[in-house]
Design a protein around this ligand. Structure first.
Ligand SMILES: [Ca+2]
Ligand SMILES: [Ca+2]
Ligand SMILES: [Ca+2]
Length: 505
């Protein structure tokens, strides 16, 4: 923000890290209040507000915040990271204060209180006017049905506010009106929910009403407002089961000034079935072992409190990998959209069989290791069934399942045989072996002469890649004598078979 003297010489009063100085007003004491925006005001404007056929009327309501919106993390008002709006106060002596900042409220218009204590701020969405005192505290003064409060101006003892989307002129007088309402934010229960009791703390004549619907914004498909009948500050919500709920308070003036401080609603969302998203099969001989679980104080578990409240991480401990002869291990991912705890049943069957057989029931881990030696050689699939039974009554829990890709169990070693007596031609000898494997395929072979180091040998057709292969070994036999040639062949699962041949020159 720049100040120019009569010669056109600029002097910077304020250099804000936000991107736009949107509005400035001058208070009665000469303080300048400046509204700075983090995003451009036009980008923050929603496309259009839902048209409301009811004629808007004058409403004056004081309320703090909706209980449905989570409390934003508290930070210093001088910390402008992520700020959507900020109000600066430039004192007549040139000193600058950040009066107020918000990461959620998008400001648009500003009006300096004639009392000298702060400003009124109109928002660019949600149609709200906040009052911000010189102590930096904000109070929601007015909730309109418009989306943007374009201007706020004072004329005499009255204030006027204009809105766009839709265009409306509001008069804000000093006198108290007979009746006002406050509408809550829309509660999203995430799935169709049964509504329980609604509690509130109020003084004076306050009536609570609710409505529900399955569209994100309240519209004609929602139920009509129904009043919660209560004399004690709590009552049963009578709106039909739905995904979304909204409440409103009707405050009527009487001998006591009506106020409303706090509203809570209880509800039970419909259970959503868990899903098994993926199954990962590890290579043969890689087993998964459980790491010791994080110890949780049994008193915390009994109390039903979330262990995270006590700083205990909620994530399950991932397993570690270890060599286990013939092991076939699986890891899977699963989710439950209403965040229920899950347990798993594991089934298996050989490809070609019709029915799955239960292998293990109600395990809490999301991994399992099969001892491959307990199953006959063959091709298998496993089926993982996720159940939200730990937190739902018997008979009401839901399941989701997934079948794995086929995998081989192969514990048999390849058979290796000598094809013919070795042929000798001068100093050269040729030995031919045949190898075969029943359950998987051959994938590597090596030979050794007279117990020397193993040397790789390729299959006769170039690649060891099928259940049957031939291996031709050419030797140089310089001096007369006996040569023992051993061939060792591995199958895809690491089982090895061997055979030997005696070459005599
Ligand atoms: Ca569930
Ligand atoms: Ca085999
Ligand atoms: Ca081959």
């Amino acid at each position: 923000m720049l100040k120019f003297d009569i010669h056109g010489k600029p002097f910077a009063l304020l250099d804000s890290p936000l991107r736009e100085i949107h509005e400035l007003v001058i208070g009665p004491d000469g303080s300048i209040y400046v509204l700075a925006l983090g995003e451009s005001a036009s980008a923050a404007t929603p496309a259009a507000a839902t048209a409301n056929p009811a004629a808007p009327e004058s409403k004056t309501v004081s309320a703090n915040k909706s209980p449905f919106t989570p409390e934003p993390p508290q930070k210093s008002r001088y910390d402008l990271t992520g700020a959507k709006s900020a109000v600066y106060r430039i004192l007549p002596d040139g000193g600058t204060d950040v009066l107020w900042t918000s990461t959620t409220i998008a400001g648009f218009s500003l009006y300096a209180h004639q009392t000298g204590n702060g400003v009124m701020l109109g928002t660019s969405d949600k149609g709200r006017i906040y009052s911000i005192g010189n102590d930096g505290r904000e109070t929601l003064m007015m909730q309109t049905e418009a989306s943007k409060i374009s201007t706020i101006k004072g004329v005499g003892s009255n204030l006027y506010a204009t809105s766009s989307n839709q265009g409306t002129l509001y008069k804000i007088g000093p006198e108290t009106v007979a009746e006002g309402t406050y509408e809550s934010a829309v509660l999203d229960a995430k799935s169709v929910a049964s509504w329980g009791r609604i509690w509130w703390r109020s003084t004076g004549n306050v009536q609570i009403q609710t409505r529900s619907g399955n569209t994100e914004r309240p519209e004609e498909t929602w139920s009509t407002w129904s009043t919660v009948s209560s004399t004690t500050g709590s009552g049963q919500v009578t709106s039909p089961k739905a995904k979304f709920l909204q409440w409103r308070a009707v405050l009527k003036n009487g001998s006591v000034n009506p106020t409303l401080n706090e509203v809570s609603v209880s509800f039970l969302p419909r259970n959503i079935a868990p899903e098994v998203l993926s199954i990962n099969i590890l290579p043969t001989n890689v087993g998964l072992l459980a790491n010791p679980p994080i110890q949780v104080d049994p008193n915390i578990e009994l109390s039903g409190l979330d262990p995270q409240t006590f700083g205990v991480p909620n994530a399950s401990v991932p397993p570690r990998r270890a060599f286990q002869r013939a092991a076939r291990a699986f890891q899977w991912t699963a989710e439950d959209r209403n965040a229920d705890n899950l347990v798993y049943d594991i089934y298996y069957k050989e490809v070609g069989e019709t029915a799955y057989k239960l292998l293990r029931e109600n395990i809490a881990e999301n991994f399992f290791t099969i001892d491959g030696q307990s199953l006959a050689d063959g091709r298998y699939t496993v089926k993982i069934v996720a159940k939200d039974s730990p937190v739902n009554p018997a008979g009401q829990f839901l399941t989701g399942e997934k079948v794995s890709e086929p995998f081989d169990i192969d514990n048999g070693q390849p058979g290796v045989t000598l094809v013919d007596t070795p042929k000798i031609n001068g100093e050269n000898a040729r030995v031919i072996f045949a190898a075969s494997d029943k359950a998987s395929y051959l994938n590597r072979a090596e030979y050794s002469v007279n117990g020397d180091e193993w040397q790789a040998v390729f299959a006769e057709d170039g690649i060891s890649d099928s259940p049957d292969e031939r291996y031709v070994i050419e030797l140089v036999v310089k001096t007369p004598g006996e040569y023992v040639v051993t061939l060792r062949v591995f199958d895809a699962n690491g089982n090895a078979g061997n055979a030997r041949a005696l070459v005599r020159r």
